[in-house]
Design a protein around this ligand. Structure first.
Ligand code: 0X9
Ligand code: ZN
Length: 434
């Protein structure tokens, strides 16, 4: 038989479509109304792809579809170096290096149906949440919503980038302040909410993002109005946009925790919550690049943690902070990197009292961070040590990193109460001692 390459199908451009029911609304109630409970077990099916893909820029492979009538052909394909991922009637698809493609094109009995360069393949596949979790906001949807909210509330809100991620995405910050916009300084007491240090903890983006939507909807309530006019409120819902996108880019979750730095050994990622300069990499962290708790080559080696450092140091008015993670239903306070309590007895009591109160509001368990485990280099230890910010790690609820869409409404509603409580003490956290 003649050497046959039936077709080389190169996929063209790919654009992210609005999800069904997405009206572009910024209203909190409408955003929540898009969330329909998922019946049964909300944890999605196992990943279809068996391989965790490296980012396209470090990959010289193709996504191939090759005619394969039976297991014997499949065996030959494996011998030619193909990584078979999907077996379909009469054909298979999978990854293959350029050399494998060359071998197959010389082999008369092999018929390559399509060969898509890796970069195009990665750009073309689903690149979004699995359908059941479509209400979660990916990077572009998060960006769009932040900008839409700021533009609809331009008298009190602005959006600016605090820096770029490893892959060059903007790290967006929504600011709510009735007098200062963008990066302009303010002497009003500041509250900072950050989500998504960890890529797979997608609920940790939803909570601060929808808290922002709620604040705008309730901007005329007496208490909210007062916070907006007297405080400097910052919301950075998706710190690790690269990781969040990496986690969903195949349409099946990749359980990715870290950012997407390509390490010296070609493994992917640094754990951003081990990369801050607070007893960096002494305990509960790893120097091994392949480890999920890899602390990086030095403190603040990563653009994402550097951006938070720069942001925080430029704003001495910051008083309170929540860093959202998932999942343990806990509210954690320093120290996390030491079994000691914070040295200042008043500060310690502020942490205990405020965490207890937010525990009542959420049903989460308040405790010292290191009571969960000792881990150095986390963001909240650093924020308190470097700037005396009353910084809390919230481990949101869920039975896993992918708790499904149905969990969002409840998680957001209870966390709004705690987030508003934090605003209520931001002018003077010590009032919780009274
Ligand atoms: O390990 C972490 O970074 C956080 N848990 S997670 O499952 N979201 O990864 C907890 C951080 C709490 N801080 C310390 N114990 N130091
Ligand atoms: Zn986390």
């Amino acid at each position: 038989m003649k050497k046959t390459i039936l077709s080389l199908l190169l996929l063209g451009g790919f654009s992210v479509a609005l999800k069904a029911g997405d009206t572009g609304s910024t209203s909190f109630d409408q955003l929540l109304s898009r969330i329909t409970p998922v019946a049964g077990d909300a944890v999605p099916a196992p990943a279809v792809l068996k391989t965790v893909l490296p980012p396209p820029e470090v990959d010289g492979r193709y996504w191939l579809t090759v005619l394969a009538a039976d297991k014997h052909v499949r065996t030959r394909l494996l011998e030619a170096g193909m990584d078979i991922v999907e077996i379909m009637p009469g054909k298979v698809s999978g990854f293959a290096h350029a050399n494998t493609l060359k071998l197959l094109s010389l082999e008369k009995s092999m018929q390559v149906e399509s060969a898509v360069p890796m970069a195009k393949y990665v750009a073309s596949i689903n690149k979004d949440f699995p359908a059941a979790d479509a209400v979660y906001h990916n990077y572009s949807e998060t960006t769009d919503l932040l900008k839409a909210m700021a533009s609809k509330n331009s008298d009190i809100a602005s959006v600016f980038s605090i820096g770029k991620t490893y892959e060059g995405r903007d790290i967006w910050c929504l600011r709510i302040n009735s007098t200062a916009k963008g990066e302009a300084g303010s002497s009003k007491p500041g509250a900072l909410y950050i989500g998504n240090h960890h890529a797979r903890e997608h609920l940790s983006n939803e909570v601060p993002l929808l808290f922002a939507a709620w604040l705008f909807d309730h901007r005329n309530d007496a208490d909210v109005k007062q916070y907006i006019s007297t405080l400097d409120i910052y919301i950075i819902p998706m710190l690790n946009g690269d990781g969040a996108e990496y986690d969903i880019r195949t349409g099946s979750y990749q359980s990715h925790r870290k950012n997407v730095r390509v390490n010296a050994d070609k493994t992917i990622g640094v754990d951003l919550n081990r990369n801050y300069d607070s007893w960096w990499c002494e305990q509960g962290a790893s120097h091994s690049p392949w480890a999920d708790t890899y602390c990086g080559t030095k403190a603040f080696s990563e653009p994402e943690s550097q951006a938070i450092k720069k942001f925080t140091e430029a704003r001495p008015n910051l008083k309170t902070h929540i860093s959202y993670h998932s999942f343990a239903s806990t509210i954690l306070y320093p120290w996390g990197g030491s079994e000691e309590d914070v040295a200042d007895a008043r500060d310690k009591q502020v942490f205990i009292n405020a965490a207890a109160q937010m525990g009542v509001l959420t049903g989460y368990h308040p405790e010292k961070s290191s009571d969960m485990y000792v881990a150095t280099g986390d963001s909240c230890d650093w924020a308190y040590a470097a700037a005396r910010i009353f910084a809390f790690t919230f481990e949101l609820e869920g039975r896993g990193f992918y708790p499904g869409a149905a969990i969002i409404t409840n998680a957001v509603q209870k966390n709004i109460k705690a987030a508003v409580y934090l605003l209520s003490i931001t002018d003077n956290p010590y009032k919780v001692l009274n």
